[in-house]
Design a binder for this molecule. Structure first.
Ligand SMILES: *[C@@H]1O[C@H](CO)[C@@H](O)[C@H](O)[C@H]1NC(C)=O
Ligand SMILES: *[C@@H]1O[C@H](CO)[C@@H](O)[C@H](O)[C@H]1NC(C)=O
Ligand SMILES: *[C@@H]1O[C@H](CO)[C@@H](O)[C@H](O)[C@H]1NC(C)=O
Ligand SMILES: *[C@@H]1O[C@H](CO)[C@@H](O)[C@H](O)[C@H]1NC(C)=O
Ligand SMILES: *[C@@H]1O[C@H](CO)[C@@H](O)[C@H](O)[C@H]1NC(C)=O
Ligand SMILES: *[C@@H]1O[C@H](CO)[C@@H](O)[C@H](O)[C@H]1NC(C)=O
Ligand SMILES: *[C@@H]1O[C@H](CO)[C@@H](O)[C@H](O)[C@H]1NC(C)=O
Length: 368
């Protein structure tokens, strides 16, 4: 058993010192510093509004109560009451107040696109999976993980065009690549069971490897990877099972973590300069569920949506909204609350426990 997720006082002090020094580095002129911007890829856990720009996409949350705790209560498209894990992580890494904007928002609104690209981009799209289109019947059109990397290839070209080849590559290599994907593949798997769990996990791990190598070939070196949480304990799974966590789903999620860990170890020993940090979202979430830290009163039911276990994703205005968002682990049937995202971000950015983040934490990776 790992230690519960609490941050001790002396550690908080260290965090403040560290935040200060990281911020100093990150706010220097991006092109001349070794610490470049942050690029984010993945699914709804880290989407900051990509899906608002898509036609025929049903995985859209640009309506209340989403965003109820975001400044001015704006529903930005984040699958959260406020900030999501991507926001909380980049804020702690320094140089950011929240996640850089969605690529599609920059395309739609920017009058200085290349200038904005130098400050980082978020490509994540709710419903995205390692296997392209795997949940299309449920979520409609989303930007698959593969397409997100193609979009980054375009951005990479734009940055090189702007800064020149050598400065551009230095920036790309000094940047951090945060990736959170795999949950939608697992959800689809447990509903369809096309093959054994072993074959399924080998397949999605192989797809992950292809895309990590593609990113590496584009110049990416620092990979901050978030694993898949115990999906069998999210409110929708509990609702379907009648209250308990679904062991089968959790076993697949946990096995995927083990496989991903092995993949990353292999890649770092075969690809020169490949550095990574792997967040064990499975363990982190389990630890909060089994041993709720001070402040977390409800680690089972969604804050928003029909209470307590309606079983559908029904967070909307006029429906149930819990009075104290901060004491819930889950915001809706699938996604963490802002409070949970903040807690997880502290652990993966500054943590020292290899049960939660390994082999180094995100702040060490950022400066590597
Ligand atoms: C959206 O769905 C409608 C109806 O299924 C279809 O006619 C249309 O081509 C789709 N649009 C896009 C952009 O996929
Ligand atoms: C575009 O952004 C870059 C980087 O922030 C900046 O250096 C440049 O002056 C901007 N150009 C315009 C026309 O605003
Ligand atoms: C970025 O690169 C793409 C592909 O080369 C190009 O079509 C686009 O115009 C570029 N955008 C900017 C702002 O330079
Ligand atoms: C993974 O499985 C899909 C079918 O579900 C298949 O099309 C694809 O080729 C497989 N990919 C790898 C890398 O094994
Ligand atoms: C990593 O390498 C080991 C040793 O070659 C191999 O057994 C294992 O399957 C690899 N893991 C992945 C996920 O590719
Ligand atoms: C964390 O993961 C390791 C193996 O990956 C396991 O042995 C350990 O029990 C887990 N801890 C928690 C708190 O789940
Ligand atoms: C992060 O990891 C580094 C290296 O493992 C460790 O020294 C440090 O204490 C960890 N925490 C912080 C806050 O940097």
């Amino acid at each position: 058993m790992a230690t519960p997720l609490t941050i001790q006082k002396p550690m908080l002090f260290k965090i403040c010192l560290l935040l200060f020094s990281v911020t100093t580095i990150a706010t220097k002129d991006a092109a001349s510093a070794t610490v470049g911007p942050i690029f984010i890829f993945g699914d709804s856990i880290v989407d900051v509004g990509t899906n608002n720009y898509l036609k025929n996409c049903t995985a859209q949350v640009n309506h209340p109560y989403y965003g109820v705790d975001y400044p001015h209560s704006i529903a930005t498209g984040r699958f959260s009451n406020g900030l999501n894990p991507a926001d909380c992580v980049v804020a702690l890494l320094g140089g950011y107040k929240e996640s850089p904007p969605p690529f599609l928002a920059l395309l739609a609104h920017s009058s200085n696109l290349t200038g904005d690209l130098l400050h980082g981009v978020n490509f994540a799209s709710g419903g995205a999976a390692l296997v392209k289109g795997v949940r299309k019947q449920v979520v409609g059109n989303v930007v698959s993980y593969e397409e997100q990397i193609q979009q980054f290839a375009t951005v990479n070209g734009n940055i090189t065009a702007l800064l020149g080849k050598s400065k551009g590559q230095l920036l790309i290599q000094g940047s951090m690549y945060i990736i959170c994907v795999g949950s939608n593949d697992i959800v689809n798997y447990v509903f369809s069971h096309p093959t054994t769990p072993e074959v399924f996990i080998a397949n999605i791990t192989a797809i992950y490897a292809i895309h990590l190598k593609n990113l590496y070939n584009l110049g990416a070196r620092k990979f901050g990877i978030m694993g898949v949480p115990p999906l069998g304990c999210c409110p929708i799974s509990r609702a379907i099972s009648g209250g308990a966590c679904t062991k089968e789903i959790n076993d697949v999620a946990s096995a995927f973590y083990t496989s991903l860990k092995s993949l990353l170890k292999n890649l770092s020993s075969t690809l020169e300069g490949f550095k990574y940090s792997l967040a064990n979202s499975y363990n982190m979430t389990m630890s909060v569920i089994e041993n709720p830290p001070t402040g977390f009163k409800d680690v089972k039911t969604p804050c928003c949506g029909n209470h307590p276990l309606a079983g559908i994703n029904d967070c909307m205005e006029g429906g149930y909204l819990c009075p104290k968002r901060d004491n819930h682990l889950f915001w809706d049937a699938f996604h963490p609350s802002e409070a949970a995202s903040k807690l997880a971000a502290r652990v993966l950015v500054f943590g020292e426990d290899p049960n939660f983040v390994t082999p180094i934490n995100f702040s060490t990776l950022r400066k590597a």
